[in-house]
Write a protein that binds this ligand. Structure first.
Ligand code: SAH
Ligand code: SF4
Length: 391
């Protein structure tokens, strides 16, 4: 593991950092409105808003001075009133398998994590929707974090933009950029809301952020390549389908209510059948647009062959993918990962029911970047307590 500490940006003059709001996260109309107090004439607002949009989200510029189609005077005004800053990087870690994890500091000092997972045919960015999580799933590290607040739309979009900065994934990035990744086409092809937080508890901000991320004349990661993962906030699922329409993943993890109540306590409020009914009604659901069911493999808890059979039976009439996730341990976790043999037995039942390649390989375990290991540094375990790197 390489643990690169990134030097912080030079400090701004006193007062300036607070005075200048970041434009990141604003849509075209909001950008136009932001220009109004700067004295931009009414008839120019829309056009100027569009220009800004393009500099921000198509080209990823971080400096108003480079925006050559905007007059020098207005550029100066913009620079005095606003910033284009992304969340600040506290640390960047690069795993042996290429996974990168950023610990980010937000304007109020709170911290979240973002993870980039490069694979042969895709690059997936896993983003956070909240600082911490109000839910307390018993196998999840994030759920043990006390501090919780919703991220703003800007803080959510900012994670994508920062990742693009760090891996030189903007159209004008030079091919031999020192940031290390080979020059390919777009490097971030998919976004998953599987970082810290329950995204459906931060519905509006996550929806607005997804609209910006998916905009075809902007960051351009289409809705079909964005997946929201939820622990099962049932009443918000149809609304998410109608208002955001991304792909959906459900953290199922158990096939009986009694066990799911324990693993995913929100199940007490909305049990399995209610959750599956919401899934059946999800807009656009078809064999081409399946719902992903996530199932964490916990040794001796939910990993029997009988559980596997019950799982395929439960999902029989729903266009579904099943993702078996080897449990990623964290210090003090009350579970162990199922033995590989048992995972294979479980997977065999799932495979023979017609579900392809279901085991998700753990990525970035050496830097605690794998599913459910995210917990920001304010309360993070000391480096000495970190897990040994798996062979
Ligand atoms: N809160 C949302 C999204 C973030 S969690 C949700 O629960 O769906 C992303 C995924 O990681 C979920 O499927 C979650 O159940 C899983 N997960 C949490 N802790 C884990 C762990 N220790 N090992 C493996 N997967 C875990
Ligand atoms: Fe929150 Fe998801 Fe972790 Fe549950 S699994 S505590 S919902 S982040």
């Amino acid at each position: 593991m390489t643990d690169l500490a990134i030097a912080p940006a030079p400090p701004l003059p006193p007062g300036e950092a607070l005075a200048r709001a970041s434009l990141i996260g604003l849509d075209r109309d909001q950008l136009a409105e932001a220009l109004r107090p700067l004295g931009v004439p009414e008839r120019q607002l829309r056009m100027r808003g569009r220009q800004l949009w393009s500099w921000l989200y198509v080209r990823g510029h971080t400096d108003f001075a480079a925006m050559t189609d905007i007059g020098k005077e207005l550029r100066g005004e913009l620079g005095r009133a606003f910033s284009l800053s992304r969340p600040e990087i506290v640390t960047e870690q690069v795993s042996e398998d290429g996974t990168r994890k950023w610990l980010l500091r937000l304007a109020d000092g709170r911290e979240v994590e973002t993870v980039y997972i490069p694979e042969e045919d895709r690059g997936t960015l896993c983003i956070s929707s909240q600082v911490g999580c109000t839910l307390t799933c018993s196998f999840c590290h994030t759920g043990t974090q006390k501090l919780v607040r919703n991220l703003t739309a800007g803080e959510i979009v900012g994670q994508v933009m920062l990742a693009r900065d760090r891996i030189a994934d903007w159209p004008e990035a030079v091919p031999d950029d020192p940031r290390g990744l080979p020059a390919t086409d777009r490097k971030i092809t998919n976004v998953v809301l599987m970082g810290m937080g329950e995204p459906l508890f931060n519905f509006d901000n996550v929806r607005d952020a997804c609209a910006i991320i998916a905009d075809g004349e902007g960051l351009s990661i289409s809705k079909r390549r964005i997946t929201l993962s939820t622990s099962g906030v049932v009443p918000e699922i149809p609304r998410w389908g109608a208002e955001a329409g991304t792909m959906l993943a459900i953290s199922l993890h158990a096939v009986r209510d009694e066990l799911r109540d324990e693993l995913v306590p929100i199940n007490k409020r909305w049990p399995i059948q209610d959750l599956l009914n919401a899934c059946r009604a999800y807009p656009g659901l078809s064999n081409a647009r399946r719902i992903t069911f996530e199932y964490v493999m916990l040794k001796g808890v939910n990993d029997s062959v009988a559980d596997a059979k019950a799982l395929v039976k439960l999902l029989a009439k729903i266009p579904a993918k099943i993702n078996l996730i080897p449990f990623n341990p964290w210090p003090g976790a009350p579970y162990e990962c199922s033995d590989w043999e048992q995972i294979e037995k479980f997977a065999e039942v799932v495979n023979s029911a017609g579900y392809a390649s279901p085991v998700r390989s753990p990525r970035g375990r050496d830097i605690m970047a794998a599913c459910g290991q995210l917990k920001s540094a304010s309360v993070k375990q000391r480096a000495s307590e970190r897990l040994p790197t798996p062979a």
